[in-house]
Design a binder for this molecule. Sequence first.
Ligand code: ATP
Ligand code: MG
Length: 357
Amino acid sequence: MKTYSIAAIPGDGIGTEVISAGVEVLQALAKREGNFAFKVDHFDWGGEYYKKHGRMMPANGRDLIRKHDAILFGSAGHPDIPDHITLWGLRLAICQPFDQYANVRPTRVLPGITSPLRSVNDKELDWVIVRENSEGEYAGVGGRVHQGSPLEAATDVAMFTRPGVERIMRFAFRLAQSRPRKLLTVVTKSNAQRHAMVMWDEIAVEISREFPDVTWDKMLVDAMTMRMVIKPQSIDTVVATNLHADILSDLAAALAGSLGIAPTANLNPERAFPSMFEPIHGSAFDIMGKGIANPVGTFWSAVMMLDHLGEAAAGARLMRAIERVTADKRFHTPDLGGTAGTADVTAAVIGAVEGAN
Ligand code: ATP
Ligand code: MG
């Protein structure tokens, strides 16, 4: 029997609550499937670790998880620690060296969940946003000078490389091609940012020639936010830069009903390193410890992890279980307007996984 090794990094805040729920569901699923197992190793990295050790993860942290088949990540963020330290010290410290350059964010209105867009039902909002995850605006290039003086200045340089743009563009075209509508929107801001964004547009044209069956268009990011709200049915697959897609995918999550249900995969498509799966929400300290965090974003991320591991049938079973549970309003957490707790939703999904099909 195949055993997959999973590195679980719950992180901070509700990250710990949703990851333990996710691991419970994965173990129940493996038992139900019967032909594979999970060996889950937990790593207590994050804000509390930082307070004790002065860093978010140990110096050899990446070596400890390099050989795992996948990483299941909660959230990094702590009210006592600046966000750029928690982000760069843990999440990006894994994503960047493991070259997880394709960040994939499916967005759908799940059964039973109401989109704030009145006109939309569950068939009409079915997107995948592909976020460039290794360079661009979050390349970390820049600096500050003359701190404490009136002449203080700071830069963040958005750095795009041709290979970096080519590989994410090719990934997005391939993903669009694998979906029924074969439709891709390339998002830029090439009217105002006239160097790198123009290169994006040019590379999109070049790569599109490899995918003659994919229909594609390009859109400025500001116009795209409007289109997502006004004509959501016209969108299928989207590719955008690190910053633009970061913003678009929060909007997408909200349009799908809640930040709490949205999943992410940080993929190293070449499989030279493990890929990482996480809900898109953060540590949400306002609801921590109350037992009301919505675990659906983590469960859906686990579906993406199963697909990546080659266990698509198990992933489909878990997705059916999730949808059966969201369809029942008794299992809606407060972010969806309900009164259920994390444990109620988890138990219901496990029940549905163990059910007949
Ligand atoms: P971070 O600083 O780590 O990004 P955050 O405090 O900004 O975390 P987010 O998780 O990004 O919080 O989400 C914003 C708000 O959305 C939270 O304060 C919380 O109220 C709500 N929220 C996010 N995730 C969930 C969830 N899984 N279940 C319920 N509510 C959630
Ligand atoms: Mg946040």
